[in-house]
Design a binder for this molecule. Structure first.
Ligand SMILES: *[C@@H]1O[C@H](CO)[C@@H](O)[C@H](O)[C@H]1NC(C)=O
Ligand SMILES: *[C@@H]1O[C@H](CO)[C@@H](O)[C@H](O)[C@H]1NC(C)=O
Ligand SMILES: *[C@@H]1O[C@H](CO)[C@@H](O)[C@H](O)[C@H]1NC(C)=O
Length: 547
C-alpha cells in the first residue's frame, strides 16, 4: 500500500512540471534580530576543514582572567532609536491595544514600565502578541496559558497523497484545558476520515465545503446527512461514524469533551480488522477466511475515496427495524448555517445547545461576530470552562482569575482559547475586520453572567459603596444583557487625547529608555466625538480610569 502511495506521489509530481521547474525555496525573513549576540558576530568565517578545540581552557574561570571592559561599545545593550507605537506612552493601566504591525522592532515598554529589548528574538511573534510582550498594567500574577495557535500544532498528513490532514490542540499544548480538546481537519475532494469511534463525545462545526456523515446508535437506528459550512454534527461517545468530503472538499473543527483526547488514538475499523484473528473475522462476518486477504495492513486514517452519490438514495440510507434518526430529536446534525443570528450593536450572536439540538445534551455553543472597535462584553460562565476558536480577525482577551490574577492574550484566526470556569473575560476586536469566534461550553444550555447587567441590577447605593464610580455611570448601564459593547475603531485614539503629544508617536524617542509621559485624566473627556452620540457614551467618557 505504501509503495503504491509512493508511485502515486511520483505520478503527481510528474503531472506538475511547473512545480519541478520552480527554483529551490529561499528561507523567509521572519523578522529575526541580526548582528552580534551571545558573544558571536555573524557571519562567522567559513573554513574548509575542522579547526580549533571544542572546549576552552581553565584560564577562563572567573578570577583568572582580566576584568572585561564594561564600557566597551561592543558590549553595549543600549537600543538606539527604539520605535514606539501610538498608545505605548499612555498610562499602563489604561491598557490600550498596541498595534506593533506598523514597526519593525517592537519594544516591551508600556507607560514607562518595562525596557527596550536588545536581545535575540523573532519580531513576528511579538507583533502577533502585543499584550503578552507589553502587557497592560492591570495584568497581575499568573493565569494558565489560555491561547494556542493551531499554526504551532504538528500537522498529521493523511496516509495517501493529497487526501488531507489534521492538527490538534489538547492538554499537550494547553495543560490547563482539561475539559475540552479540538481538532482542525481537512479532507480533499471525496476523501474520508476513516470509519472510527472514540471514548469522547464529538461536536463539530463545518468551516468550509461539504461532507456526508453517517452513524448508528445502540438500538441500531441509523443516521445519514449532508452538511456544509456553518452546520454542526454530534456523535455521542462510542458511536461509530463516517465522514466523507464532497467534490469540493471540506474542512471542519472538532471539539471533544475530554482535554486529553488525541485524534491519533481513535478506534479505527482497519485496525479492528487487523487485530482480530482471521478465523474470528470469518465467523463474525459470515464469510470464508479468504474474504479478508485484501484488508488494509495499516491505518487508513485520512485517505482518498470514490465519489458518493449526490443524493442520499437507498444505497446511502440503510435502516433496520429501529428505523432512522433523521428528523427525530436524536438527529445528529443541525443545519446551523440556516439559523439567522441575533443582531446587536457591535456584532451578532447565535446559540446552539440542547434546547434545539438535544442529541448533544452537554454541548452549548455560541458563534459570535464582533465588529471593529467593538467587544464581546465582560462576562463569565457559571458552570463550565470555555473552549473557543477564532475563525477570523484578531482579538484580545483578558482572563481574570480569583483572587487577583489577570493576563491578557492575543488571538488571530486559527487560535484556540481556554478560559477557566467562572473566570471573567471579554473579547475585544483589535483589528480592522469582523472577528468571528466560537465559544463552546460543557453545559446543557448556553449561559453567561454579564458584568454590566449585574451592576445595573444591583442597587446604586450598593454599587457606589463598593466602586465609587463617577456620577452618571450607574444610571446609564442598560438593564438588558447587551452581549456586545461598541467602541472606537481606532483603539489608541484615546491615548493621544489622554497624553497629548507626550512620546506616544512612533520613532519619537532616541534613547534606550522611555520617559513616562504624564497623564492628565481631564484630557480624556475632551476627546473629540467620533461615535454617534446616544447620551451613554458621553457619561462613560467622564470615567477616570485610575486613581
Ligand atoms: C432515510 O430513510 C428513512 C426512512 O427509512 C427516512 O425517514 C429518512 O429521512 C431518510 N434519510 C434521508 C437523509 O433521506
Ligand atoms: C424525544 O422525542 C421522544 C419521542 O417523541 C420523546 O419521548 C422524548 O422525550 C424526546 N426527548 C427529548 C430530549 O426531547
Ligand atoms: C488613531 O488615532 C491616533 C490619535 O488620533 C492617530 O495618531 C493614529 O494615526 C490613528 N490610527 C489610525 C489607524 O487611524
Amino acid at each position: 500500500m505504501y509503495r503504491q502511495g509512493a508511485l502515486l506521489a511520483l505520478g503527481l509530481l510528474q503531472a506538475m512540471p511547473f512545480a519541478l521547474a520552480a527554483p529551490a525555496p529561499q528561507m523567509g525573513d521572519f523578522g529575526e534580530n541580526s548582528g552580534a549576540v551571545g558573544g558571536i558576530s555573524p557571519p562567522i568565517p567559513t573554513v574548509t576543514a575542522a579547526t580549533g578545540a571544542l572546549r576552552g581552557s581553565e584560564d577562563l574561570l572567573g578570577g583568572r582572567t582580566p576584568d572585561p571592559d564594561t564600557s566597551d561599545p561592543d558590549e553595549s545593550a543600549i537600543v538606539e532609536n527604539p520605535q514606539f507605537v501610538n498608545g505605548q506612552g499612555a498610562d499602563s493601566k489604561l491598557g490600550l491595544y498596541l498595534d506593533f504591525d506598523g514597526i519593525e522592532v517592537p519594544q516591551p515598554v508600556r507607560g514607562g514600565f518595562g525596557a527596550t529589548d536588545p536581545g535575540p528574538r523573532t519580531y513576528d511573534y511579538e507583533r502577533l502578541n502585543p499584550d503578552l510582550f507589553a502587557p497592560p498594567g492591570t495584568d497581575n500574577g499568573a493565569v494558565e496559558q489560555a491561547v494556542w495557535p493551531l499554526g504551532l500544532s504538528h500537522n498529521r498528513l493523511g496516509s495517501q497523497p493529497g487526501a488531507g490532514w489534521a492538527r490538534q490542540q489538547n492538554t499537550d499544548q494547553l495543560p490547563s484545558a482539561t475539559a475540552m480538546a479540538g481538532v482542525d481537519m481537512r479532507l480533499a475532494p471525496h476523501a474520508y476520515r476513516e470509519l472510527h469511534w472514540h471514548t469522547a463525545n464529538e461536536w463539530s462545526l463545518v468551516l468550509k465545503g461539504c461532507a456526508r456523515v453517517s452513524s448508528i446508535d445502540t438500538d441500531g437506528a441509523s443516521f445519514v446527512d449532508d452538511v456544509c459550512a456553518g452546520d454542526v454534527w454530534f456523535f455521542p461517545s462510542g458511536y461509530p461514524h463516517s465522514i466523507q468530503a464532497f467534490g469540493q472538499g471540506v474542512e471542519f473543527l472538532l471539539v471533544f469533551d475530554d482535554g486529553a483526547f488525541s485524534e491519533d488514538e481513535t478506534f479505527l475499523v482497519s485496525e479492528m480488522f487487523l487485530r482480530t484473528p482471521v478465523s474470528v473475522l470469518a465467523k463474525n462476518f459470515e464469510a470464508d477466511p479468504s474474504a479478508f486477504k485484501n484488508i488494509p495492513q495499516g491505518e487508513l486514517y485520512i485517505f482518498n475515496g470514490t465519489p458518493q452519490p449526490k443524493e442520499i438514495d437507498k444505497t446511502q440510507n440503510l435502516t433496520s427495524s429501529a428505523g432512522s434518526l433523521s428528523g427525530t430529536n436524536k438527529s445528529q446534525t443541525y443545519h446551523w448555517s440556516k439559523q439567522e443570528p441575533f443582531q446587536v450593536p457591535g456584532g451578532s450572536v447565535k446559540i446552539l445547545d440542547s434546547t434545539t439540538f438535544p442529541v448533544a445534551p452537554n454541548f452549548a455553543a455560541a458563534l459570535v461576530t464582533v465588529q471593529p472597535g467593538a467587544m464581546r462584553e465582560i462576562h463569565w460562565h457559571t458552570t463550565s470552562p470555555e473552549w473557543n476558536y477564532f475563525l477570523q480577525g484578531s482579538a484580545r482577551v483578558t482572563v481574570f482569575k480569583a483572587p487577583e490574577a489577570a493576563r491578557t492574550f492575543d488571538f488571530t484566526a486559527g487560535s484556540v482559547g481556554y478560559i477557566p470556569q467562572a473566570a471573567s473575560h471579554y473579547v475585544e476586536n483589535t483589528g480592522n475586520e469582523d472577528v468571528i469566534f466560537l465559544e463552546v461550553l460543557q453545559a446543557p444550555v448556553f449561559s453567561d453572567i454579564s458584568a454590566a447587567q449585574w451592576l445595573a441590577l444591583t442597587p446604586k447605593q450598593v454599587v457606589q459603596d463598593h466602586l465609587k464610580l463617577a456620577e452618571g455611570v450607574w444610571e446609564s448601564l442598560p438593564r438588558e444583557k447587551q452581549f456586545m459593547k461598541t467602541g472606537d475603531k481606532n483603539m489608541t485614539a484615546i491615548a493621544t487625547a489622554a497624553v497629548g503629544n507626550g512620546g506616544s508617536g512612533s520613532g519619537s524617542s532616541s534613547s534606550s529608555t522611555m520617559a513616562s509621559p504624564s497623564y492628565t485624566p481631564s484630557a480624556a473627556a475632551k476627546r473629540p466625538r467620533d461615535i454617534k452620540d446616544d447620551g451613554v457614551q458621553e457619561t462613560r467618557r467622564k470615567v477616570t480610569f485610575f486613581a
